[in-house]
Design a protein around this ligand. Structure first.
Ligand code: AMP
Length: 221
């Protein structure tokens, strides 16, 4: 099964993707994480991408598309994936569909996460990430067991540079200008399921799992 998690930055889709991935044993692919790994490795793509990420802008399609397409082509994603952060514009969505189509595969459902702008800004302010394994935390909703230390790998956790308030405003603007078009695209293709995220992590998780189970049990097409 192949799912896309779509929504504005900070809505909580990364946290939900991580949780559902573990609960349902479906690999999670985050385009943001792939880019952060490339930056950490010092690769040419990473160096180029960092300039855009730090400004809150989308990385050019020429850098990100092949990275994601190559990743989901790996054998570990043969039975499916949860794609988080990709696609982010119409061209990416069309390339994703045609790539899957060539392999006789398709995106089954797109979970579209919504929340008020106040909730989003508050969530981003408390967001922290592990320097080493990219595990996500939140000062209020998902604090690490030990202050500033990752529960999973023991490395330090930090605030992403692009999570500062000015960059967040740019990212929200970019989302409205470029990514929101995807809502109509997936609605037309009858794949969109809206999940309101003005609740706790576990409440939102329950909503996703209930939709997920109806889909898997064939009650939803
Ligand atoms: P995220 O971790 O999904 O919030 O992504 C962090 C940053 O990586 C974004 O603000 C973009 O600069 C870049 N990025 C991630 N995914 C994409 C994508 N599909 N297309 C273009 N840029 C992306």
């Amino acid at each position: 099964m192949r799912f896309v998690f779509l929504g504005p930055p900070g809505v909580g889709k990364g946290t939900q993707a991580e949780n559902v991935s573990i609960q349902k044993n479906i690999p999670h692919v985050s385009s943001g994480n792939l880019l952060r790994v490339a930056i950490k490795s010092g690769s040419e793509i990473g160096i180029k991408a960092k300039v855009f990420i730090d400004k809150g802008l989308l990385v050019p399609d020429s850098l990100i598309v092949s990275m994601v397409v190559d990743e989901i082509g790996l054998s570990r994603y043969r039975s499916g994936f949860i794609l988080d952060g990709f696609p982010r514009n119409l061209l990416q969505a069309e390339i994703l569909d045609s790539t899957l189509d060539e392999q006789d595969k398709k995106i089954d459902k797109v979970f579209y996460f919504t929340a008020s702008e106040e909730v989003i800004i508050e969530r981003i302010a408390g967001r922290r990430i592990c320097t080493s394994c990219d595990m996500h935390f939140h000062q209020l909703y998902k604090p690490p067991l030990k202050e500033n230390i990752c529960d999973k790998c023991g490395s330090n956790i930090f605030q992403r540079k692009d999570d500062n308030p000015e960059t967040v405003l740019v990212r929200l603007k970019v989302y409205h200008e470029q990514t929101e078009d995807l809502i109509e695209y997936y609605k037309r293709n009858k794949k969109l399921i809206e999940i309101n995220c003005n609740g706790s992590v576990s409440e939102i998780n329950e909503k996703i799992l209930s939709v997920f189970d109806s889909f898997v049990n064939g009650k939803m097409r």
